[in-house]
Design a binder for this molecule. Structure first.
Ligand code: NAD
Length: 698
């Protein structure tokens, strides 16, 4: 069969139909015709590894569709020529900085016209989907008459994570095809699903393997494939009165996840469907205006920025990781989880401790984690095989990287290094997970201090993506580079910081937690303090966070930072020491400020009557974070303001829709921040004094 031409792309073979002798008239597409008279439109966006939809791509797509209309083939197959997948979504870069909803709407209208053009073609159309099929990509697929998924394909609408909802007809076409209780849930959460789930929902008509694609395509084009059709329930759910009821339920779920003022997109999507769900044409039109309105909100613009911050931090990691075997000393809360994470990412890990129980605990936690994040049981088994308990510390000799994660005591750490150093390979890196001890102090007893770096992971390791890569003035530059590349290779985001007390993140977060304790001393209800931070958009308030981190750790870090920053920190209340002495350490002992059950704080709502959250309370908690970030930039501890914002978001969950503490300051206005800090300093003390770095901050 001459249409069965297999083209090698990377390590996969994709069935791409006949290949043209020349490149053809398009930059991003190839259009060919097979022996059955079927047109194959292959999407291969120039100069990128993944297909995304930009305006020039859409223009060319339209031209290709016009050519197909003229040529009248027997059918049309749309597929991607990229090994990475079908289409990863719209090119959001084009909408960065958008301020005028009418301009956005005009662009979206033009893109809608192309997708409508595809849907209106008077010939059988089929999308063949492998890999990622997200956002705009899924919307293109939805405009085809049939969809065939290759078994490992993944589908989803991640727009909500960017403060948006689908904007290329997806809201209308998806809810018309798939029961809105399910299709709306997918769009509201941004979750992705695999091919089998897509088939069971009726989003795709068939799931097949690459080698059977030609047969499946012919079945789809020539009427032999039973197409997924909207069922009775789908039609019923789209009836006006039912929509009203369902929308109410969806709204109450959305409120639990995030408030409308901070994250308007889910609510806009629910409104859109509730109002127009019965009529495809009306919903297609209303979607454009709603999408454009969302796109110019600060939330969407900030979340798009955060998306690019992540990309930028990934890039800063660089490539060329040389670490294949990591040896970890200390299998406690951090060392154990770092070990599990690294083995899950494909590295060989030996895990040492002075006791067997922490190692056993770490392996158990790793197995639980893999059960959640790795799909194939054989892959889970392989990951567990890579995690090697090593009471004798034999792994040191072969390790490319050694991470020390023993308790926070200088002498103990130095004693461990004395035992490790003579056994390390010449090129191996020695890293510490210390959260507070300056590397300048740790290195004093080393024979080769140039290969000591800090790799400061955050707790929980599997959830917080940031790792601070800490350098000191005696570092070998190559060691730094390799440490950054290692962090990138284990799918974490690095922030390069110079060794200084608290590095960036703990230094910025400590005033947030200590100020909350000062407020407690002022007899402000702890639930109100937490509510103030949550109202700003923090994932959890400072009191709950202190409990989560451990009050003993808060006390230690506070004391350590005070030695350097003195009165720039809120005072540590005497009762905190007593609480720690009593063993009320927070989550890990079941009691701190809150009582903890099954890993959750038992929190009642703040009292209905009595004092409310005030702007001043919020400012007292959050402005010092921005102030420290500016100070760290001025001192050269960190050098890139964007990475600082990224670090605070990916290391602490700082309100993402605000775009980070520096972006927040920029948006609110530096003058306003400085004058508010001055007023707070007058009222509450010098700790609020604006840092001199604000003078040059842009
Ligand atoms: P932990 O007490 O949970 O674990 C420490 C482990 O080290 C224990 O299992 C202990 O048995 C082992 N250990 C003690 N002495 C040892 C020795 N001589 N040889 C081998 N093993 C030994 O502590 P943790 O919370 O995991 O903290 C470890 C390091 O990570 C500290 O430097 C801490 O500052 C840092 N850190 C902690 C957090 C956090 O949230 N817990 C976050 C970031 C960094």
């Amino acid at each position: 069969m001459d249409s069965k031409i297999m083209t090698a792309l990377g390590d996969r073979l994709l069935t791409l139909g006949p290949q043209p002798a020349t490149d053809g008239p398009y930059k991003h597409f190839k259009l060919t015709r097979d022996a059955d008279g079927v047109a194959w439109l292959l999407f291969d966006r120039a100069e990128t590894s993944a297909n995304t939809l930009s305006s020039d791509v859409m223009e060319e797509f339209d031209a290709a569709l016009a050519a197909i209309e003229t040529e009248r083939p027997a059918g049309l197959v749309i597929r991607s020529a990229k090994p990475s997948g079908f289409i990863a979504g719209a090119d959001v870069n084009e909408f960065r900085g958008a301020t005028d909803p009418e301009v956005v709407e005009a662009r979206i209208r033009a893109a809608h016209a192309v997708v409508d053009h595809l849907e209106a073609l008077k010939l059988p159309t089929v999308a063949v989907i492998h890999g990622f099929c997200l956002g705009g990509g899924l919307e293109v697929a939805l405009a085809c008459q049939a969809r065939i998924a290759i078994d490992r394909a993944r589908f989803g609408f991640p727009e909500v994570m960017l403060g948006l909802h689908p904007g290329l007809g997806g809201t209308a076409r998806f809810t018309a095809l798939v029961n809105p209780t399910q299709s709306m849930a997918l769009m509201l959460t941004g979750r992705t699903i695999d091919a089998r789930r897509a088939k069971s929902l009726g989003l795709v008509d068939a799931v097949t393997q690459e080698r059977h694609v030609l047969g499946a395509v012919r079945d789809a084009l020539f009427g032999r494939l039973k197409r997924a059709k909207p069922g009775l329930l789908t039609r019923a759910a789209n009836i006006g009165s039912v929509r009203g009821l369902l929308a109410k339920r969806m709204r109450s779920e959305a409120t639990k996840a995030a408030p409308r003022e901070h994250y308007p997109a889910p609510y806009a999507l629910i409104d859109l469907w509730e109002t127009h769900g019965g009529s495809k044409a009306a919903m297609l039109k209303a979607e454009q205006a709603s999408f454009a309105k969302l796109m110019v909100t600060p939330t969407a613009q900030n979340l798009i920025r955060v998306f690019f911050l992540r990309e930028q931090m990934k890039k800063a990691a660089g490539s060329g990781n040389t670490v294949k075997h990591v040896h970890i000393v200390g299998a406690g809360a951090m060392g154990g989880d770092i070990a599990g994470w690294c083995a899950g990412q494909g590295l060989r890990v030996s895990l040492a401790d002075m006791k067997a129980e922490p190692i056993a605990g770490a392996v158990k936690r790793a197995a639980e984690l893999y059960g959640k994040i790795i799909r194939k049981p054989t892959d889970v088994r392989d990951a567990l095989d890579r995690l090697i308990p090593d009471m004798g510390g034999e792994g040191v000799r072969n390790a490319d990287l050694i991470i020390e994660a023993v308790p926070e005591k200088l002498e103990l750490k130095q004693k461990i290094y004395a035992g490790l150093e003579p056994r390390m390979k010449p090129g191996a890196i020695l890293a510490t997970n210390t959260s507070s001890i300056p590397l300048q102090d740790l290195r004093t007893t080393l024979t080769r201090p140039e290969r000591l770096v800090g790799l400061h992971f955050f707790n929980p390791v599997s959830r917080l993506q940031l790792v601070e890569v800490v350098s000191h003035d005696g570092n070998d530059a190559q060691v730094q580079k390799e440490a950054l590349a290692f962090v990138g290779a284990i799918d974490r985001l690095p922030l390069a910081v110079k060794s200084s007390p608290g590095f960036l993140v703990n230094r910025a977060l400590t005033p947030y937690m200590l100020e909350a304790m000062v407020m407690l001393d002022e007899k402000i209800d702890q639930r109100l303090i937490d509510a103030a931070a949550e109202q700003f958009g923090m994932p959890m308030g400072p009191i709950e966070l202190a409990d989560q981190v451990g009050l003993d750790i808060c006390l230690d870090v506070g004391n350590m930072l005070r030695t350097k920053f003195g009165d720039l920190l809120p005072p540590t209340p005497a009762w905190l020491r007593e609480k720690v002495a009593k063993g009320e350490l927070g989550r890990k002992t079941g009691k701190g400020f809150y009582t903890w059950k099954d890993g959750k704080a038992e929190k009642a709502q703040p009292p209905e009557t009595g004092p409310r959250v005030t702007d001043q309370m919020i400012d007292r908690l959050v402005l010092p974070i921005s102030n420290v970030c500016v100070a760290a930039l001025r001192e050269g501890i960190v050098d890139d303001p964007d990475a600082v914002d990224g670090a605070m978001i990916f290391g602490t969950g700082y309100a993402p829709f605000r775009g980070g503490p520096l972006n927040y300051a920029r948006t609110r206005g530096v003058e306003n921040i400085v004058s508010t800090l001055r007023a707070l300093a007058e009222r509450f003390g010098e700790r609020f004094a604006p840092d001199p770095g604000w003078d040059n901050f842009k």
